[in-house]
Design a protein around this ligand. Structure first.
Ligand SMILES: Nc1ncnc2c1ncn2[C@@H]1O[C@H](COP(=O)(O)OP(=O)(O)OP(=O)(O)O)[C@@H](O)[C@H]1O
Length: 400
């Protein structure tokens, strides 16, 4: 299946001397110099990426980096100077004006910073707006609007007018409108930027929660790196219209592509970005129920470890065998590792949990923190050294 969205070599020049600006840009001339020599603005240059179904893809950059231009290119609100965009494998250049309107209404819809609610319509009517434009029947409009309002926790305010709601609630109505429209790709252009920090945080949490349930395909624009890190499955970092790095949050902070990204990311709270999965290591040692206790004890000695995870047949953790208890079992003549020798001296976490939520558990037990899947199977461990490295790391430059 093709990716939902594929951008290739996207370039946009604003100004009269487009061809000359394109030629200079192609020779590697930077934006300022292009501007000086042609009077035209190289807003976006040679940006390429794909967005997979269900991905929350963040485009991040400071003011003037080209984010708004890029996102408007994605649904052809503006025409590219060069490059292509495909939605579900279809080249947008091939679409007629009517096809384009359908595309924007049904496939790639845009959510703006100011959600542009209609003041004289109810919350429900606002949520149903995109469906009404599409000519969908009243009953279905209502059903889908109510589902969306329930999803964002606002159904009980369905009959209110927007000005009777707080700013944060109004943004949730905007989000409900986008959800009700159920388009394939949601383009969100700095939707939370105007909100105060606490409400903004709530909206980010809501979006993350919705994403785990609904798996929408979202392209989210922001100038805020922490927001990008919190939300993005992957992040495209833009500077002066060009891509400086494309990767997951942990990839970007642990291997910044250049000094610009390194400076930019130095203030990021790594404990909120890095997850147990990012710090995961193969356990140095594991044991199985029924294994000879003497053998396990010798392996512990060789590994200079005090304890080892003992796994059942199904890969789940049966418990921990500690060296002192193993020695006692042997003294008392019990030679096979049985359930009676195991203790629950361990802590576990899910792989997607951020470091900030489990750092207090690290180094407490005879074995490193266990990372387990939904069924309790051991995926790996987070040793204390991995946490210290991650926190202390002056990130390695890519290719360094
Ligand atoms: N219609 C236009 N005509 C001429 N220049 C433009 C136009 N739109 C954008 N630009 C220029 O293109 C560059 C990229 O602007 P863009 O708005 O895409 O950046 P941005 O990252 O979204 O910034 P902001 O967060 O401030 O909106 C800037 O230099 C801007 O001045």
């Amino acid at each position: 299946m093709p990716p939902v969205l594929r951008a290739t070599g996207l370039t946009k020049v604003f100004g009269a001397r487009e061809q000359e600006a394109l030629r200079l840009a192609g020779e590697g001339v930077g934006r300022d110099e292009v501007q000086r020599r042609t009077g035209s603005t190289l807003a976006v240059h040679d940006v390429g990426f794909t967005v997979e179904r269900g991905e929350l893809f963040v485009i991040m950059g400071l003011s003037g980096s080209g984010k708004s231009t890029l996102v408007r290119l994605l649904n052809r609100l503006i025409e590219p100077s060069a490059g292509t965009i495909e939605v579900d494998g279809q080249d947008l250049r091939a679409l007629s004006d009517a096809d384009l309107r359908t595309l924007r209404n049904e496939k790639v819809s845009m959510v703006f910073q100011h959600f542009a609610l209609l003041p004289h319509r109810t919350v429900r009517e606002n949520a149903a707006y995109a469906l009404k434009i599409r000519g969908i029947g009243a009953a279905e409009q209502r059903e889908r609007a109510d589902w969306a309002l329930r999803t964002v926790g606002l159904l009980e305010r369905a009959d209110a007018r927007p000005d009777q709601l707080s700013g944060g609630m109004q943004q949730r109505v905007g989000l409900a409108r986008a959800l009700a429209a159920d388009s394939e790709v949601l383009l969100m252009d700095e939707p939370f930027s105007a909100l105060d920090p606490l409400i903004r945080r709530d909206m980010q949490d809501l979006l993350v929660r919705l994403q785990t349930e609904l798996h929408k395909t979202i392209v989210f624009i922001t100038h805020d790196l922490n927001e990008a890190m919190r939300l993005g499955d992957r992040i495209l970092m833009l500077k002066d219209g060009r891509t400086v790095q494309l990767g997951t949050g942990p990839e970007i902070i642990s291997a910044p592509a250049d000094d610009y990204v390194a400076d930019f990311t130095s203030d990021v709270d790594r404990t909120r970005v890095l997850t147990a999965g990012d710090l995961l290591r193969e356990p140095r040692l594991t044991a199985r129920l029924g294994q000879p206790a003497g053998e396990v004890l010798r392996a512990l000695g060789a590994a200079e470890a005090n304890g080892v995870y003992v796994l059942g047949e199904d890969g789940r953790i049966a418990g921990v065998a500690r060296d002192d208890l193993l020695a006692r079992a042997l003294q008392e003549g019990r030679t096979a590792l049985g359930p009676q020798e195991l203790v629950a001296d361990f802590a576990t976490t899910a792989p997607d949990r951020p470091l900030v939520e489990f750092v207090h558990l690290v180094g407490r037990s005879a074995v490193p923190l266990g990372v387990v899947d939904d069924d309790g199977r051991l995926l790996g461990v987070v040793p204390r050294a991995a946490v210290l490295d991650a926190l202390a790391a002056v990130p390695a430059r890519r290719g360094a």
